[in-house]
Design a protein around this ligand. Structure first.
Ligand SMILES: [Zn+2]
Length: 186
């Protein structure tokens, strides 16, 4: 089974995934991965605002996962999966042919409101999708959008500085105020 936790920044995606990790008694049955591109907390997964963390193997492509799998492994956790490269077929094979439960956490959209990297394909192969919400930084409603308040060069800028969570209404208001037509163009 493939379970995916997805939402904007600051929506406790990793924290929600860690809860599932903590429920599994035999930790030797688990492999934990994160992409190499994420330089925050290299090699560990940490839930924000908490001292809890779990060790993770840093990889660049999903194909690398199979090098670590042995017959004792029944659970695989992957954090920040939107940054991962490679083919999601690797996960399908591990899920269907090897009967491994896979848990993925990743950002739904970039701060330009584009589906983020591999996420559309991850969501397509997921048995179960758990949407996580953050709180709109402006009005306090449920937020599913990440917005970047400033200048940046590419979507893979990693880190939290300058990013805010917004609800639909506040995103619309800010886009109009800034004359930003990213969602108005054909
Ligand atoms: Zn709002």
């Amino acid at each position: 089974m493939i379970t995916t936790f997805t939402g904007p920044m600051h929506s406790s995606k990793s924290e929600t995934m860690i809860k599932y990790y903590n429920k599994i008694y035999n930790k030797d049955s688990i492999l934990v991965f994160k992409p190499k591109v994420d330089t925050r907390d290299e090699g560990i997964i940490r839930s924000k605002g908490s001292s809890k963390y779990i060790d993770a193997i840093c990889i660049k492509e999903l194909e690398e996962i199979v090098n670590y799998v042995n017959e004792d492994i029944t659970n695989i956790f992957i954090d920040e999966i939107q940054f991962m490269k490679g083919s999601v077929k690797t996960l399908l094979k591990l899920s269907i042919m090897d009967d491994i439960d896979i848990y993925c956490a990743g950002l739904n959209m970039t701060s330009e409101q584009e589906p983020f990297g591999l996420m559309p394909q991850i969501l397509a192969i997921s048995d179960k999708i758990i949407n996580t919400y953050s709180s709109c930084n402006v009005c306090g409603r449920k937020a599913i959008y990440t917005y970047y308040d400033g200048n940046k060069e590419s979507e893979v800028l990693v880190g939290d500085e300058g990013y805010m969570s917004l609800c639909r209404r506040c995103l619309r208001r800010i886009l109009i105020r800034n004359g930003d037509n990213r969602l108005s163009k054909e």
